[in-house]
Write a protein that binds this ligand. Sequence first.
Ligand code: C5P
Length: 246
Amino acid sequence: MIVEHRTESEVRERLILALDTDDPDHALEMVNRFRPRVGLFKVGLQLFTKAGPTLVTSIREQGPGVFLDLKFHDIPNTVAGAVIEAARLGVKILNVHASGGVEMMKAASESLIRTCLRENLDRPRLIAVTVLTSLAQEALEHEIGVPRRIESHVKHLASLSMRAGLDGVVASPREISIIKDQCGEKFLVVTPGIRPPWSPPDDQKRTMTPKQALMEGADYLVIGRAVTAQKDPDAALDRLIEESVF
Ligand code: C5P
């Protein structure tokens, strides 16, 4: 799938800024500062472990949507219970690990639908993490013991997620087109591992520029250190948006 063009506002609404900090005040300050320029804010493991549901509610009350990136991976009953609580927090997107299996993903998706209908809640999009973008081929094969190319493992996990009724996956930008071909254009692809040409890869192994990822069909780009670790995060975000329009 090749996308022909993206306007500035289409780029902005597809950006998810990762609030990777241990300081809830700093997180809220970032929300306040970047709110008009991005689509969603991502609360991950560190910030959630520190500041919990109260912070998620405070971000939501400021207006923007939240992607709760807690990557649930447990037995079906436990994950089903956890996604219900996330829905009650009013997040827009949440995720589980696809390697938890179809039964686990189905339990999550079905309990989410049931609870949202019953309690009249907006149903968050439920997506699955395929292969972490920090993992390279060598680690997948020799540490985790999956004797497959990363791309074919991602494709496999994306199919499982679709079969389980999920709305999409988290994957590296290099796998966007494989997933869209396999699962269809409507199946969401959220990609971390985004790096403009002027930002270092850090621990990410399978990176792409934001513009390239949008051209490949990414629905959302997760942006962290490429903005937040720059000397001037405001200027970095403006530059990133400007360079991503096509
Ligand atoms: O700083 P950077 O842009 O690399 O941040 C990427 C963010 O996306 C981090 O919060 C990381 O936890 C998250 N993420 C990831 N790879 C995944 C899923 C989430 O890097 N597969």
